[in-house]
Design a protein around this ligand. Structure first.
Ligand SMILES: Nc1ccc(Br)nc1
Length: 446
């Protein structure tokens, strides 16, 4: 156990009595509603996706981190009316603690940064791949879990950090064969909203709530948006100005409205200039209507979208400069993104970019009779010590069965351990793709 492990026990308190669990007669072999199994074929695709997440993270010099799936509920109970809050997979554990299955990774990352305090030096460039949960009424039939790739830069106030993060996602898309004709990024800044709200002297503490309402602008009728804004105390005039600004699709137009004194226009201009230098200008567009649905964003926000408009957002992120301080940490700037494992798979299927991923084994090793099972184990071990993968036949099977299995597991070679050969320290080899076969001394086998 690591030194800081508290054994999960925390303060020793009385445990509630264990629930009486009925032993089911016949178990349901399907996974719980809204969750997925990953049998080998699906697991190969997931591993391939995660390998690409990891390789891009390595290219950008990020370090991998991880956190418990189970967190204190307090990490996620923000009061801005977020969907993520309404769908929290939360409960009281047997120590009477309010806990939740994490719906996202960013709060855990913020918690760990604060926990590490001065023992880590900024900037931090951390990435994580973790399963995230929501509890949604199954009437909508949507999943309750997905895996997210997160990349976060902690301690860099400049927009160079957001530009770097978007570059990492572009790099990922390019690795999969996705181009700027397939997907784009809508980019804006919450400082646009902030500057409008300030003009109408709307208090800062309304900012998160207004963003969450505005984020629904393409999901619910505009009259409902207006109604919700009115209900949180935004004046009709402010609402009209907000909606007018949110329809702006060019930075020049935005500058006309907001002027160039504020940070919103300055940050966005810098981001688009850096995009030129990174070489991904074709991938991004300014769109003032992008606010994202998480209350803690404070600056640049972006989301990846499919240009055919068939799919939900592919990924999203932004700057969250206040999150660490709201958790009691120092005032440390931060930005990051989340990239789910579901929409991207729908996209590569749409684009015919699904990779061919088959299970392969270099060798299948088979004793020709029971007495040679030990000899076959020796051969398998020698090959494995040389870094070769081996499927060792573990039962006394007819050769017909062995050849069928060799084909099913895409074995490269069949290594036959027969009595007369073994007496001479040799084995039989059959190259399954060509049919070529020969005998070879065990110590020459490679
Ligand atoms: N936040 C969240 C968690 C799980 C799923 Br599925 N979607 C969104």
């Amino acid at each position: 156990l690591s030194s800081n492990d508290n054994g999960g026990g925390g303060r020793s308190g009385a445990l509630s009595s264990p629930p009486v669990i009925e032993v089911p007669q016949k178990i349901d072999v399907n996974p719980p509603k809204g969750t997925r199994d990953f049998p080998p074929e699906d697991m190969r695709l997931r591993s391939w996706l995660f390998q690409n997440f990891r390789e891009v993270s390595r290219l950008f010099g990020f370090e991998e981190v991880d956190f418990p799936v189970l967190e204190s509920e307090a990490l996620f109970v923000r009061k801005a009316g977020e969907e993520i809050r309404d769908q929290l997979y939360n409960f009281k554990d047997r120590g009477n603690r309010r806990v939740a299955l994490r719906p996202e990774l960013t709060p855990s990352l913020a918690r760990l940064v604060i926990q590490k305090g001065k023992s880590v030096s900024l900037p931090l460039k951390w990435f994580a791949i973790g399963q995230c949960w929501r509890y949604e009424r199954m009437t909508r039939g949507r999943r309750r879990e997905h895996y997210q790739w997160n990349m976060d830069i902690i301690g860099v106030p400049e927009v160079t950090a957001e530009a770097e993060l978007i570059s990492s996602i572009v790099t990922f898309f390019k690795r999969l064969g996705i181009t700027a004709s397939d997907v784009g990024f809508k980019v804006s800044s919450r400082k646009v909203l902030q500057e409008v709200l300030r003009c109408y002297s709307i208090p800062e503490n309304m900012f998160g709530k207004v963003c969450i309402i505005i984020d629904k602008i393409e999901k619910i009728p505009i009259e409902e948006i207006k109604g919700e804004l009115v209900s949180v105390g935004i004046s009709e005039a402010a609402i009209e100005e907000l909606l007018q600004v949110l329809s702006v699709k060019s930075l020049d137009k935005l500058e006309e409205i907001l002027g160039d004194a504020g940070d919103a226009v300055k940050d966005l201009k810098q981001l688009f200039s850096l995009a030129e230098k990174f070489g991904y200008s074709d991938w991004i567009q300014f769109d003032a209507s992008v606010v994202r649905g998480l209350a803690y964003y404070t600056g640049i926000v972006f989301e990846g979208f499919d240009r055919e408009g068939k799919l939900r957002a592919i990924c999203g992120g932004g700057r969250y400069d206040q999150l660490l301080s709201t958790f009691g940490g120092d005032d440390i700037p931060a930005c990051g993104f989340g990239f789910g494992d579901a929409v991207i798979v729908e996209l590569i299927k749409e684009k015919g970019l699904l990779p061919e991923l088959s299970h392969e084994v270099e060798n299948i090793v088979c004793p020709l009779d029971k007495e040679l099972q030990g000899a076959a184990a020796t051969v398998a071990t020698i090959l494995r010590q040389k870094g070769q993968s081996v499927d060792l036949v573990l039962e006394n099977k007819p050769l017909k069965w062995v050849f069928k299995r060799a084909a099913r597991i895409n074995a490269g070679r069949l290594i036959l351990v027969g009595n007369s050969e073994w007496q001479k320290g040799m084995v039989g080899v059959k190259i399954l793709s060509t049919g070529e076969q020969y005998e070879i001394k065990l110590d020459e086998l490679e």
